[in-house]
Design a binder for this molecule. Structure first.
Ligand code: HEM
Length: 411
């Protein structure tokens, strides 16, 4: 826990040492705030190099997801309520993913692109004359919520509650968020709130179908059977968590980096439309908002010459793979024109590759086009980080700006 309380740059020093000296190393069972040590599942192999992360991600026969994907040991009921197909193997994984995947394919995302841009414009409009505040509240958390809630079909009056649930679901190691309550209490409450909303929405959509994902799910046919409310609820929790935190924290980290590397900001501003695509890839590499996912070896095998026994856990550290000096030149420099930039921020490829990658790219391009285009002098201060081993989060970050909001040239 001490290690995960360090800022990202300090953690990277530890990862750099492991990459150089022990790319696949054995570690004792991670501390868990949610289960007593005696109920833990033991130690794990830490995989910190880029190529190894790719190899594991692309070989689910050898490294499966159905025996858990979280770094830390977590009670089974919680996993069941929140992970859906993320923690399954094919064929069940593929069947369930297919039910919603269509809505996240590049073609479908293109259809909602204009709506996403309009939301991004609203967020910047809403800053109005406010040139000071918390960047996370005022900017970073808003666009992901607007998009994913609309896609799912969560009505506006439930959105704040779902968003609190999303934050609580990934903040169990963060004492500030817990504010004196136990991690289990807070995560339990988060699941209760999100599950209640999901069950209610399932009932409503059965009565009155709408053009949204919850309706698709209540009507879905999987091998002649309907999904249960519990299964749909786990979908909703997975999509809400996966679709909110990740893009939000990438937005905050990227804004901070643009202030830390003013020459890169100037380069981007110089040709915002032409450079935003490569910039977004660098935002994701730089932020690596998802820090860990785990697999379990299904057979005796090896990674980079290190024998791994059947049943042993392997944990992939995405921020480390994204700073791997054997793949990325000057990995600790933020370079908005980096090309190629085959980062593993969205995963190392394979069946579980991030389903929301196109959506996230579109959202990031939209918000930064608006922000930088209309508030070119926007500055952010020191971030307060979320403490934890799963999401590389920024809880708060002050912003200020001068000069007023500009109008973007049409086109
Ligand atoms: C910058 C933003 C994002 C990042 C960095 C990110 C990262 C990731 C990563 C690392 C994985 C695991 C990949 C693997 O195991 O190989 C993943 C899976 C997933 N992501 Fe994202 N994600 C982002 C945005 C989104 C959005 C907007 C959604 C929309 C709902 C989303 C939905 C999912 C889902 C459903 C999965 C599970 C896929 C599966 O198991 O088949 N993600 N994401």
């Amino acid at each position: 826990m001490e290690f995960w309380a360090l800022p990202p740059a300090a953690r990277e020093e530890g990862f750099a040492e492991l990459r150089a000296t022990a790319p696949v190393s054995w570690h004792r069972q991670p501390e868990s705030q949610l289960l007593p040590e005696s109920e833990g599942t033991g130690g794990y192999w830490a995989v910190v190099r880029y190529e190894d992360v790719r190899e594991i991600s692309r070989d689910p026969e050898r490294f499966c997801s159905s025996r858990g994907v979280m770094f830390e040991d977590i009670p089974a009921e919680l996993l069941e309520a929140s992970q859906s197909f993320l923690a399954m193997d094919d064929p069940r994984h593929a069947k369930l993913r297919k039910l919603v995947a269509e809505a996240f394919k590049p073609r479908a995302v293109k259809r909602i692109d204009e709506g996403i841009r309009a939301d991004a414009r609203t967020i910047v409009d809403d800053l109005g004359g406010q040139f000071e505040g918390d960047f996370v509240e005022a900017v970073a958390k808003r666009l992901p919520m607007m998009t994913i809630m609309r896609l799912l079909g969560v009505p506006e009056e439930d959105q704040e509650a779902v968003l609190w649930g999303v934050d609580a679901a990934v903040s169990w190691n963060d004492h500030e968020f817990l504010a004196g309550r136990t991690p289990l209490e807070v995560v339990g409450e988060s699941m209760t709130i999100m599950t209640e909303i999901a069950y209610r929405l399932c009932a409503e959509r059965r009565e009155q179908p709408a053009d949204d994902l919850i309706t698709d799910l209540v009507q879905a046919d999987v091998d002649g059977e309907q999904l249960t409310d519990a299964e749909i609820s786990a979908f909703l929790v997975l999509l809400s968590v996966a679709g909110n935190d990740t893009t939000r924290h990438t937005t905050s980290h990227a804004m901070r980096a643009l202030c830390d590397f003013p020459d890169q900001r100037a380069l981007l501003l110089d040709d915002l439309e032409g450079r935003i695509e490569t910039a977004v890839e660098e935002f994701v590499r730089w932020a690596s908002p998802v820090m860990t996912f785990r697999r379990t070896a299904t057979q005796d095998t090896e990674i980079s010459g290190q024998p791994i026994a059947a049943g042993e856990k392997v944990v992939m550290f995405y921020p480390s793979a994204n700073r791997d000096e054997s793949v990325f030149e000057r990995p600790n420099e933020f370079d908005i024109a980096r090309s190629p930039n085959r980062h593993v921020g969205f995963g190392g490829g394979g069946a579980h590759f991030c389903m929301g990658a196109s959506l996230a790219r579109t959202q990031l391009a939209a918000i930064f086009t608006e922000l930088l285009g209309r508030l070119p002098e926007l500055e952010v201060g020191e971030p307060a980080y979320v403490v934890g081993n799963f999401v590389n989060g920024i809880a708060r970050m002050p912003f200020s700006g001068e000069g007023g909001i500009r109008t973007l040239e049409a086109g």
